[in-house]
Design a binder for this molecule. Sequence first.
Ligand code: SF4
Length: 531
Amino acid sequence: MEQFKCHEPKYNLMELREYNVIIKNPRRVDLRVASCYPSPYSTAMSSLGYHIIYHFLNSREDTWCERIIHPHRRSFESGSPLRDFDVVSFTIHYEEDYFRIPAMFRDGGLEPRRDERTGPLVIAGGPCITSNPLPLSDFIDLFIIGEAEPVLDMVMDRCLELDDPRREIDEFRDIRGVYVPDSPAERVIVENMDEACHPVRQIVPVTDDRSLTPSLGRSFLLGVSRGCSRGCRFCMSGYLYRPKRETSLRKLIDISERGCEATGYSKVSLIGAAASDYSRIDELCNELVDMGLMVSMPSLRIESVTPELMEALIRGGLKTITMAPESTMKLRDRLNKPITDSMVFEKTRKALEMGLRVKMYFLIGAPGESREDLEEMARLMRDLSEIRRGRVSFSVNPLIPKPHTPLQWEGYDAREMKQRIRFLGRLVRGLPVRMGSPRGGLIQHVLSTGGPEIGELIERASLSGVPVREWEAHAGPRDPCARLPWHNISVGLREDFLMEEYIKMKDDRLTPWCEESGCYGCMDSCPSLRH
Ligand code: SF4
């Protein structure tokens, strides 16, 4: 029985002080928005997206946006429950957060199901929502498909124009970037990153409690870039937010200067799906270091790890570097991540020489993966750990087919996955390897690829429990000729592009990175080609 447990906060909120919180007079605003985060405070405060929503909405004079972060029942700003707001907004980064949504509604005095609820308009956004909002369509009135900035003002303006926005939901259907079940929706993104919202006065928690410390540490979050078009075939965000868009170097330096002054931080975290691919990354790091700031980067591409970059990150306090070889060289090619083993060894050696620990991420269950491939993967892991014993560790996670990727038609077989994980586990016994959960992978797969029927499972799992076999019933492969549950959601890709990629994957053919090898036309209208 898979049951999701809601925990009471283990810390005392009274001991938490925060800087840069925005307080307005509720009588002087026309719209009160509760910005909800269904994950812990430490994750919320490390989410640049969550800070953006807060600052973007509060930059409107007529609107006051307050935070409600799970498991708290009331807003941090005024202590109000969800039912007191005009609009409730959820920022959702992980499918597992879905289970906390019905609980947050109940805790805030609202019915979880939209057809039984009265009161505020409920909206949601984030990567899982952009890819497939259908599993949450029983709970949410309106979804933002893509990035918030180009859409949010229009949604708020429309709320102010209408007497009862929730009852008049059809009035939102014409806004680009909005999905209201069951109309078609189109993704929208910020084309010029210098015009995106770059919050400077980010909220700073002041506490000794480690559970309240932002997961990225005490650092200013800098939006270096969005999107990535390298084309790893398993990576959902690589398809959702194409192409890569960069904030200009001058702008980044200016934001960092003002941001560190406003927050008191002396460290900057570079945020972006491919932040290490930033075209002037060495210049950016050097300038920040020259300003007396430390630099950190939560995600790094193996190809773009240079000794200079590592040097700058070490000065920023980096102790462990994480890299993702994903699989064997043969399967990496199939997944369109053509990194050679010699490159993986070279970068690992260099990082170890520089005194870093190395953490490696691998995926298990790539299409066509055989026992021999797993044996090869185990050999690779052993050889990497031999470079310097005790300094290299591994994390192996199930590969989960996601919507809007060339793997979207693949199923997820939890029993088969369990056997693979056991087999590999035996081969790497004695190495520091953390294995992911085959059952967790199953649930994530169902939550990301399901239709509206999954809403009932989400609600039941949040209350009591759902037997694993019920999740399994929704995890089979999909017929490439049949309509997919998310067929109404266009993320801007050419209609036949994913099928072409699926066929190329089956034939072990690569699709080169367009930034190096030229455009291969994945989108009908690509901002990269317009600017
Ligand atoms: S349309 Fe061309 S330039 Fe734009 S992301 Fe696709 S391949 Fe790259």
